[in-house]
Design a protein around this ligand. Sequence first.
Ligand code: SAM
Length: 263
Amino acid sequence: RPKKSFGQHFLHDRRYIDDIVRAIAPRTGDFLVEIGPGEGALTMPLLAVARSLTAIELDTDLIPALKDRAAGVGELAVIHADVLKVDFAALAHRHGVARLRIAGNLPYYISSPILFHCVEYAAAIEDMHFMLQKEVVERMAAEPGSKVYGRLSVMLQLACRVVPLFEVPPQAFRPPPKVDSAVVRLIPLAPHERHDADPELLHAVVKAAFGQRRKTLGNALRQLLDADAIRSADVDPRVRAETLAPEDFVRLAKRLAKRLAAR
Ligand code: SAM
C-alpha cells in the first residue's frame, strides 16, 4: 500500500510513463540516477534501455520487490537513503563518470529541498527530468514580474535552463494526488554561463529579498546591504524583489561579499 508519509503516488498510466521515458531518451551507457523509484514504474523502462541504473529510495519496504522486478532487465543498484543526504558529485566520482542524468517522480512534500539540493551539484549533472506539482513547475519557470516568480525561480534559473514539458493529471497516479502535476527538464548551465557569486551569500540575499514580499528591496535587505550598496550593484532599492532579474541577485550577492570582506 502506498504510504502517504513518503509522498507515494505511483504512476500507472502507460501513456505518461512512455512520454516521460521518451523525454528522458535514455542511451545505453548513460549513468542514470532515479530519485524515489517506488514500485519501479519508470525504473524498469529506463533500465531496459540504459542497461544499468542507480535508484535512491527511502522506503526499505519497496526495495526487495524493486530488485526482483529488475532481475533480467538490467543492472539495478539501490541506495537506501534520503536523497537530501546523497552527495551526487561523490557518486559520479565513485563510478568514474563525469556527469549524471537524474530523473524522478518526486515526493511532493520535499520537492523544493530536493531541487535546491540537486542544483548544488549542477556541475556533476548532465540533465534532470522531474515530475512535480504543476504549480511548482510554474514557479520554477516564472519570469520577473510574474505573480509566482520567487526564490525557486531565481535559484533554479541561475543554475539551469528550465524547460517545462507536459502536464500529467491526478488519475495517472495511484492514489491520485490532490494537485495537477507536470514534467520539467532541467539542463545545468555550461561552466561559462554559471554565476560566480558565493552560493551561501546568494541564498541569503534571495531569501531575504523574497522573505518580505510586500516590502521594497531596500527594506527587505536592510540587515545585509544599505541603499547605497544596493545602488552600487546597479539595483534600485525602491523596487520589489519580484521585479529583479536573476542576474541582479548575483550582483547583490557579490556586493555583499565585498562588504563582508571590508569589515
Ligand atoms: N517513481 C515511482 C512512480 O513514479 O511510480 C514513485 C514516485 S512517488 C511520487 C515518490 C517516491 O519517493 C516514493 O517511492 C517514496 O518512497 C520515495 N521517497 C520519499 N521521500 C524520499 C526521500 N527523502 N529520499 C528518497 N526517496 C524518497
